[in-house]
Design a protein. Structure first.
Length: 122
């Protein structure tokens, strides 16, 4: 998983319902979209500030609401999530909204579980 600064972030378009724009009916539109996605992903990799190996993720969770007056108050805590790579070492990520942060947590956790099961099966 590549990470970037907010200034260089270029998120993909939100997912749409399956078959909402059938690519078999509009092949030129689909090709143009896929070309744009390849350029977007290449720029993201070129401008990334780091990467996270998902095989090393121990835990993924939403940030908790800070207590009033806390010196360690997290700015934008409601749209932030933490990734634990080793016991007690967390990296905080911020998403554009609470819903997007929650989706990141759910999807990252699904990926972590998938690769954990696959590794045990091999």
């Amino acid at each position: 998983m590549y990470t970037s600064t907010l200034q260089h972030a270029q998120p993909p378009l939100p997912p749409h319902k399956e078959k909402s724009v059938p690519y078999d009916l509009f092949p030129e539109v689909h090709k143009e979209f896929m070309d744009g996605e390849r350029r977007r992903m290449a720029k993201l990799i070129q401008r990334s500030m780091g990467c996270v190996d998902v095989r090393n993720i121990e835990q993924v969770r939403m940030c908790e609401k800070p207590k009033d007056g806390s010196a360690n108050a997290i700015k934008n805590w409601d749209r932030s999530f933490e990734v634990e790579m080793e016991p007690g070492v967390f990296t905080r990520f911020e998403a554009p909204s609470h819903g997007v942060a929650k989706e990141w947590v759910e999807r990252l956790w699904a990926i972590v579980e998938f690769w954990g099961q696959r590794h045990r099966a091999e």
